[in-house]
Design a protein around this ligand. Structure first.
Ligand code: PEP
Ligand code: MG
Length: 578
């Protein structure tokens, strides 16, 4: 039995057999398979070799046509190496004799070849790069295959992977994937957000969990405590099953809150909204007692599909959510593509620094047609419900003006076509970049509302990549610099009589509820599973206490002190959750 500690990102506990996915650019760990699987591994190897051969023949022919026979000869060498009988036999032999995965055998044998080349005279030593190339090519096919297989699972499993993109996570078959654990990732990475949206218990940032698990091992993924247990003994499994029952009881006890308001003991009302990624989650928001949707991440319409959604696809998705909301408020955020979502996976030349690159509203400005298609659909739906539009990643007043100008253009186009739209549809922005937080007074003059996006605000304020497990301990909402920016935005809202909500993951972490309410926020938008617990906390506290907590916290100078103080205060308010 081995216990690994990571970052809890999606609640729930799963106990099942493991499927393990490797990453092509990552060291392939030694992983054994059962004797019954050996034949299958050899078959996978043969398929990957055949596909690699097809790639190479195509590349060679194209190179010959465009670049001449000298360049094409490189691929001839790759083909000759790939078809070398003794190489293939060595790989097969290793799979059979040591019962290892095809991935491990390919990496092991080809690394051995590379070493031999390195010891040869200089003109041959150069060939080592070709060997690495072949290794990567075969691995790519092997790994691609197992990722495709994931969509066609026939039994229940837990998935362990080095990393998954948000699209790959969105494509997981929920009926069969009961839990997810990855080496990489952070609490607010979009992969984590998707796992939460799909209701799959998940732990990320485990560093090397994939190296410790073999396919078929039993694994417990505890998405509440951020723990993964490999090959647990009977007593541990029993303990966890009991723990699952206790959680279910606690959740059931919160169900009674569904129709009750989020109101403090001294009568101050807080509006609790839900964050969604997929239209089907709208029903979950209501079922959990949310009063509307404060953030609809519409870019997830793009994830997991080969062709761009049409205006009609957008419109149908929005209408589905509007229908579910039955007059409750809905904030549709325009496309936040780029960074880790969608565009990099498809780009022939990925950006060096995608979170600082062509992301979000910048991507929309550079892909105007795509942006206008979405705006048309939102505006067409604007008269059907209580709908507001929110622009993401605004960094300046000029960017806001440009976004609004495009929105107006689209309105005029629709009206010219005889389509009626809501002219005064509320328009707001995400405040998720320090420049926007610092300019909040100017921005407040030109919007109807703010929503504070702490996931990005933290990463851009503290220079900490939200998806990088190596710096995960530095990613904290409790840094005094982040809290000061939040405070400024709340003040600007009060000064300009503007609605301000907070929709970053922080809003769903109960240890921050007292602080956020005490700082003056009256609307929180959180992942649907977090609604009941946050509501319970609001209903158990007084505004006077919350304000005192906020005052005390603002006087501290470091996050450690703030976190421990907040835990302590929250425990006093709701001991049953701690
Ligand atoms: C945020 O940045 O806090 C946010 C809510 O947006 P996203 O997580 O989609 O980047
Ligand atoms: Mg964001």
């Amino acid at each position: 039995m081995e216990i690994k500690k990571g970052i809890a990102v999606s609640p729930g506990v799963a106990i099942n057999q493991a499927v393990v996915l490797d990453a092509e650019d990552y060291r392939i760990p030694l992983r054994h398979v059962s004797p019954q699987r050996i034949k299958q591994e050899v078959r996978r190897l043969d398929q990957a070799v055949t596909r690699s051969r097809q790639d190479l023949a195509e590349l060679r022919d194209r190179a010959r046509r465009r670049l001449g026979s000298e360049t094409a000869a490189i691929f001839d060498f790759h083909l000759a190496l790939l078809d070398d009988r003794s190489l293939q036999n060595k790989i097969r032999k290793l799979i059979r004799s040591d019962s290892v995965t095809a991935e491990f055998a390919v990496a092991d044998v080809l690394r051995g070849y590379a070493k031999e080349f390195l010891q040869m005279p200089e003109y041959l030593a150069d060939r080592v790069k070709d060997v690495y190339d072949i290794e990567k090519r075969i691995l790519r096919h092997l790994i691609g295959q197992s990722r495709e297989d994931l969509a066609r699972l026939e039994e229940e499993v837990v998935v362990l992977a080095h990393d998954l993109t948000p699209s790959q996570t969105a494509n997981l078959d929920r009926r069969h994937v009961l839990g997810l654990a990855t080496d990489a990732g952070g609490r607010t990475s979009h992969t984590a957000i998707v796992a939460r949206a799909l209701g799959i218990p998940a732990v990320v940032g485990l560093n090397d969990v994939t190296a410790s698990v073999n396919a078929g091992d039993t694994v417990i993924i505890d998405g509440n405590r951020g723990v993964v247990i490999i090959n647990p003994d009977e007593a541990t499994i029993r303990q966890h099953r009991q723990y699952v029952e206790r959680i279910a009881e606690f959740e059931l006890s919160l169900d009674r809150l569904v129709n009750l308001p989020a109101i403090t003991l001294d009568g101050h009302e807080v509006v609790l909204l839900g964050n969604i990624e997929f239209p089907h989650e709208a029903a979950t928001v209501i079922a959990k007692g949310g009063q509307g949707i404060g953030l609809y991440r519409t870019e997830f319409l793009y994830l997991g599909r080969e062709v761009e959604p049409t205006e009609e696809d957008h419109y149908q998705a929005y209408m589905q959510v509007i229908h579910e909301m039955q007059g409750r408020p809905l904030v549709i955020r325009t496309l936040d593509l780029g960074a880790d979502k969608y565009t990099q996976e498809r780009s022939p030349v990925p950006e060096r620094n995608p979170f600082l690159g062509c992301r979000s509203i910048r991507f929309c400005f550079q892909n105007l047609q795509l942006f206008k298609t979405q705006l048309r659909a939102i505006l067409r739906a604007s008269l059907q419900g209580d709908l507001a539009i929110m622009f993401p990643l605004i960094t300046s007043v000029m960017e806001l003006r440009q976004s609004k100008m495009i929105l107006r253009d689209v309105m005029e186009d629709l009206e010219e076509e005889g389509i009626e739209v809501r002219r005064d549809v509320p328009v707001g922005i995400m405040v998720e970049v320090p420049s926007a937080a610092l300019m909040c007074n100017q921005l407040a003059e030109e919007v109807d509302f703010f929503s504070i996006g702490t996931n990005d605000l933290i990463q851009y304020t503290l220079a900490v990549d939200r998806a990088n497990e190596r710096v995960a301990p530095l990613f904290t909402p409790a840094h005094p610099a982040v809290l000061r920016l939040i405070k400024e935005v709340i003040r600007a809202g009060q000064r300009h009589d503007l609605g301000v909500s907070l929709c970053g993951e922080m809003a769903g972490q109960p240890e921050y509820t007292l602080l956020l309410i005490g700082m003056g926020l009256r609307t929180l938008s959180v992942a649907p599973p977090a609604i009941p617990e946050v509501k319970q906390l609001v209903r158990s506290m007084t505004m006077e206490h919350a304000r005192r907590v906020a005052r005390t916290v603002m006087a501290f100078d470091n996050d450690k002190q703030i976190v421990s103080y907040l835990r302590d205060q929250s425990r006093q308010v709701m001991p049953e959750a701690y």
